[in-house]
Design a protein around this ligand. Structure first.
Ligand SMILES: [Zn+2]
Length: 436
């Protein structure tokens, strides 16, 4: 959360339970958290105050401060990761009957920190009313706009914590992260021996899960409460496709929840996720309107298929006249008809809960309408047709005369190019990003 004074607070309560899977607990306030819960918080990028029940693994290294409790507090690597990534000014935790305040530690300066030294103070309070009269309350003042020091403060040590990724050899197939097909080409199939059954993709190997350490985090442009926004890997459009925009704007809206469809999420999560995905869609529509007036509308599409690992939406601007002349609708209908697939119906299936079959849907926005407006088309299908997950991209590639870019593998960019597109998008989206 961010207070009205602009202080960013991140909290992770309870104990780590490595066996729970995110989103599985029906309890709103479970006394446990999962590694996924911890990893999702890394998406916040920065924090002023971090509060955790458990300690970060390795926090006492390089420290000379005495600490001899009867029972050592339990410490976790995933919490150390939060300190390293978020670089909070204060990290508060607890330690039974004993108080502990570590010497402040500094993080190495980088471009990200403008060459300054972010400093973290780790303070672990004793329990309220503890018999040893150890400190259980702590007063401090914090100026959220204060910059980091230009040199490490006296008495501080270098950061004792190490990011978990750095403890392991570099992951393979990094370039395949954040793909947007069904994962059959992107998944790490070479690790599976021939004949071995292909199990469902777990959150830790899913390229849409923030829990996956291999996801291309440099493509992430905004992180909401239930979903996040990224630029597409191998975008259909280029930075020249949309005159006046200057970046491809082929975007993915991805729920945090590792579920094949919106309909398979639990009610509260489903409603919140759907509402926020819609919010991202209309925020991008507002951005398009502010940058290009009514030159471009947008098309958002979704494959809702129970055999896919992780549902998501794709978003692409389309010239307004293609929309007003009905050519977008016609293009989807024509290709489906050519393939002898079921007919599209003009219908809004909302969060998909009422749907009993797999479906493909398109949400079309005309820039002469309000940004949250949409015209919806849905095609329901079953295994009798050989639906291919690149259908939406194929239709739009033909419509926008980008036939040579149908396959995302042919649209590879260097990391520098990707970062530049991300930067340009963020710049344009800044004032519409409700999650920032
Ligand atoms: Zn996933």
């Amino acid at each position: 959360m961010k207070t009205s004074e602009g202080i960013r607070i991140i909290a992770l309560g309870g104990q780590l339970d490595p066996n729970i899977i995110a989103g599985q607990s029906k309890d709103k306030y479970p006394p446990f958290y999962s590694e996924t819960d911890a990893k999702v918080l890394r998406g916040a990028t920065t924090a002023d105050i971090l509060i955790t029940s458990e300690w970060p693994e390795g926090i006492r290294a390089r420290s000379k401060t005495e600490f001899n409790p009867p029972v050592q507090p339990s410490a976790q690597q995933c919490i150390a990761d939060l300190d390293v990534v978020l670089k909070p000014r204060y990290h508060f935790s607890t330690s039974g009957g004993t108080f502990y305040e570590r010497e402040p530690f500094f993080h190495a300066p980088s471009d990200e920190t403008d060459g300054f030294y972010p400093v973290t103070r780790f303070i672990s309070l004793a329990a309220y009313g503890n018999p040893n009269k150890q400190k259980w309350i702590y007063a401090f003042s914090l100026e959220p706009s204060a910059s980091h020091p230009v040199a490490p403060p006296t008495g501080s040590t270098a950061c004792p914590l190490v990011l978990s990724e750095k403890k392991r050899p570099a992951p393979e197939h990094r370039e395949q992260a954040l793909i947007y097909d069904d994962g059959t080409r992107g998944r790490r199939s070479n690790k599976r021996r021939k004949g071995e059954p292909r199990g469902p993709i777990t959150a830790s190997e899913c390229f849409f899960c923030l829990a996956n350490e291999n996801i291309a985090t440099h493509l992430v442009t905004s992180i909401g409460e239930n979903s996040y926004l990224t630029t597409a890997k191998g975008p259909l459009s280029t930075s020249q496709t949309f005159a006046g925009l200057g970046f491809p704007c082929h975007m993915l809206i991805i729920p945090f929840s590792h579920q094949p469809t919106l309909g398979s999420m639990e009610e509260e999560e489903r409603r919140g996720t759907y509402a926020e995905m819609q919010r991202y869609r209309s925020a991008m529509n507002s951005m398009l309107k502010s940058v290009t007036e009514t030159k471009y509308g947008s098309v958002t599409w979704e494959v809702s298929k129970s055999s896919l690992p992780h549902t998501h939406w794709q978003y692409l601007p389309v010239a307004a006249d293609l929309i007003s002349k009905g050519l977008v609708e016609a293009a989807f209908k024509a290709l489906a008809e050519n393939l002898h697939w079921p007919k599209f119906e003009k219908q809004d299936v909302g969060d998909g809960f009422e749907e009993t079959s797999d479906f493909f849907r398109v949400l079309v926005w005309n820039p002469n309408d309000e940004p949250e407006k949409q015209i919806c088309y849905v095609m329901r299908f079953d295994e009798k047709i050989r639906f291919h997950n690149q259908f939406g991209r194929e239709v739009l590639a033909k419509l926008l005369r980008l036939d040579n870019r149908i396959d995302w593998h042919d649209c590879g960019q260097t990391q520098a190019e990707e970062e530049q597109d991300v930067q340009k998008f963020k710049e344009a989206f800044k004032e519409f990003d409700f999650a920032a």
